[in-house]
Design a protein around this ligand. Sequence first.
Ligand SMILES: *Cc1c(COP(=O)(O)O)cnc(C)c1O
Ligand code: SF4
Length: 476
Amino acid sequence: MTTATTPAAAVMEQWWAQAQETRRRVWGNVPDEKWNDWRWQLSHRLNTVDELAEVIELTDEEREGLSAPEKFRVDITPYFATLMDPKDPRCPVRRQVIPLGRELRAFTSMMEDSLAEDAHSPVPGLVHRYPDRVLMLVTTQCASYCRYCTRSRIVGDPSANFSRQEHQMQLDYIRRTPQIRDVLLSGGDPLALTPKILDQLLAELRAIPHVEIVRIGSRVPVFLPQRIDDEFCATMRKYHPLWINIHVNHPKEITPELRTACARMADAGIPLGNQSVLLAGINDSVHIQRMLVHELVKMRVRPYYLYQCDLVEGAGHFRTTVSKGIEIIEGLRGHTSGYAVPTYVVDAPGGGGKIPVMPNYVLSMAPGKVVLRNYEGFITTYTEPLDYDPLEVKHLEKQIPRRPEPGQEGVSYLLEGRQLAIRPAGFDAVHARGGEMHRLRADASKWQPFLVGETVDAQAQGPNGPAIAAPADGDR
Ligand SMILES: *Cc1c(COP(=O)(O)O)cnc(C)c1O
Ligand code: SF4
């Protein structure tokens, strides 16, 4: 008999009943107090063909994947293993953690470190790509391992793990870099650290005055919700403002255990977000994503990012086109709560960070008019003011201290009029065409645009400002 009140709840109930059935069948003799103990779950993870064959009916390709000698690590908590459909190899939970033979296949543009994270790390495990925030990899260990992991180059490998000394190098870099206001702990999974080490790291970060917020990215609530106990929440409370992003890809991963874990974290005052990866054959569907985001907001988790799958070894068969991601956002924006719509991003191959991608809503523009379309295809006109003065606010702006972004001011700097152009590396040399310095080239002042590179104050005086523009420092 179902107690479900909605069609979605009925499906979730069925999934849960199947998980309970698997637990009875495989772990029937394990009492609740052991099952609910995260240490028991970690020490009873499944990784061999024989162990997994007791839980699910392995296909030939799964056996091939599990038997491959050079594969990315396999380890699955018993809790998460119960969420796999024993008979259906297309089960979205199963596909995320059981390797297939095809995962070893190479594909064009595949890389070991496709986001060039190690190249952007001033010290081991600290990726400083954006002006004001860093990604701090604190461990290579996870509660279970996702086949499409973007950091499979180090994740899972205990010999690649970060040492206490490397943690200190990371902390020292943050201490001596005052522009860092946001530290994002990741890995591996920071919640796979021993509670004591995690507590110490957070305490050391919090002692750095310029670190304003700390974030943790973790899949432990999904793989090992038992870890989110009162002790964990009490520790986190000491370090507010602290944000946590979890990682759910499919509504089948949302269980009563995960709901409890999220409720505990939210009640401890932790704002919760979710990051998913767009995965072929798993969640590359508007309807699956809609159900996912609805279930997430019901447990106070705000969808944050939907990632295009990276060009990383092992992930080839999980990749979708980018158009599929745009189609999903098209199916969410306007159709459901704004709170439930994640930002779809492509993390730039080669390093460069997350680039948001979305459908086009601006159809045309003319001075004074913008033509926009909504999710239904309704086309409207926004009339712009003809007397808007963007300089009026400059007076207030002066009260706000500017934050330094050395070398990363980017397109925003062009708009501010601080710089005329951003040139690709080698641009000037290519366009000199090997020629000599001659009489028409000698005077560089002829390429100095009037007032560009001047202070905003000078520009605010407009073209009738100072008669002669002082030389600007060009591209900084
Ligand atoms: C994702 C990421 C961040 C955080 O990016 P937000 O857009 O602020 O969430 C920071 N550093 C690196 C290297 C990242 O990959
Ligand atoms: S939890 Fe994160 S770091 Fe760990 S295997 Fe999965 S994607 Fe990789």
